[in-house]
Design a protein around this ligand. Structure first.
Ligand SMILES: [Zn+2]
Length: 334
């Protein structure tokens, strides 16, 4: 295929402060509709309440967010939300599976994605020959909702025809989103998590070299990938901040903070030595990012960071730990 040929088609409508192609889309709010409002573009006949179904839609939004410079924030439904999702009884099974209602001209606003209630929707990644992938259809509809028209390429997810073999963004789709919003510049790196059983402290590193060194150190147990973030060198992603790393020589454990204020106060403590930027993380929660919860171990004086809800619940019940809030936002380990 000659990659110089541009196949994708754009609507010439976008999100963000500027309508100029290649400028950021900013933060776009999304909701699962729970009522109908006067003046909305289309009527919802039913609402999407199933959690697994909702999660697939959030994953569809994440796919666009990870490759182009636009982000989506899940909010409570209201008539001021940017993109709202719901069902309508469109035309019975097959035929039209979803419709995206957009302003006729000009900047994007008050978009509605309406899914046909009577389709055989399939949640998750099971490919089913007689069902429709929630993720694939929503990723396609979200493409329209961010300003992409149908692609003449059969293998593009933005092709007008549903193809069960195409469930994720293809080169042509990615090129379209980047033409409108620019590249997200996101390259996820694994932040590896180690336990020091002697003091109960945890160590995190985004460096493969360091990971391999620590793997050979019998004082540490490798616990897997804690979360995913951005490398210390990746400074070109919007809405991110460096997470600073310190070594606490009193307790033999590491401390991480994204707060400049806290960095300054820890810098002045004698028992802490500054070790540089551990990784870059996000400043706020969007559909593809998750909070990294910070706990202080009252027994050992060390800190633990986790994105795992189950672990957070266990730690919250543990009298040895004090919850200190959300440290920063990152991608989950999966
Ligand atoms: Zn379409």
């Amino acid at each position: 295929m000659n990659t110089n040929i541009q196949n994708f088609q754009l609507l010439n409508q976008k999100w963000g402060e500027s309508q100029t192609l290649g400028t950021p889309g900013g933060q776009v709010t999304i909701s699962f509709a729970n009522s109908n409002f006067n003046g909305q573009r289309a009527n919802f006949d039913h609402f999407i309440t199933d959690k697994a179904f909702q999660n697939d839609i959030l994953e569809s939004l994440s796919m666009w967010e990870e490759i182009s410079n636009i982000s989506f924030i899940l909010v409570n439904d209201s008539n001021s939300v940017d993109i709202r999702f719901g069902y309508a009884e469109i035309d019975g099974p097959t035929g039209i599976v979803g419709q995206t209602h957009l302003p006729v001209l000009g900047e994007l606003a008050a978009v509605q994605i309406v899914l046909d209630f009577d389709e055989n929707w399939v949640v998750g990644s099971e490919v089913n020959s007689d069902g429709l992938s929630v993720k694939a259809v929503n990723t396609h509809e979200i493409g329209h909702a961010i300003g992409i028209a149908h692609s003449p390429l059969d293998e593009a997810l933005m092709s007008a025809f549903y193809n069960p073999a195409v469930t994720s963004l293809q080169e042509d789709d990615i090129a379209a989103a980047r033409a409108i919003y620019g590249n997200s510049n996101i390259e996820k790196v694994d932040v590896n998590r180690f336990l020091n059983p002697a003091n109960g402290g945890h160590f995190f590193t985004a460096s493969l070299v360091e990971r391999n060194v620590v793997l050979g150190n019998s004082n540490f147990e490798f616990e897997g990938i804690g979360f995913k973030a951005l490398s210390p060198e990746n400074l070109s992603v919007e809405g991110t901040s460096p997470v600073f790393r310190f070594y606490n020589s009193d307790v033999g454990s590491h401390f991480f903070t994204a707060s400049l204020e806290e960095r300054e106060s820890v810098m002045s403590m004698e028992n802490f030595s500054y070790e540089g930027i551990g990784f870059n993380a996000f400043d706020s929660e969007t559909v593809s990012k998750t909070p990294v919860y910070r706990f202080f171990n009252l027994k050992t004086g060390g800190h633990l960071f986790t994105t795992f809800e189950a672990e957070r619940e266990v730690l919250a019940e543990n009298v040895d730990f004090r919850y200190e809030g959300i440290g920063f936002y990152a991608f989950d380990a999966l």
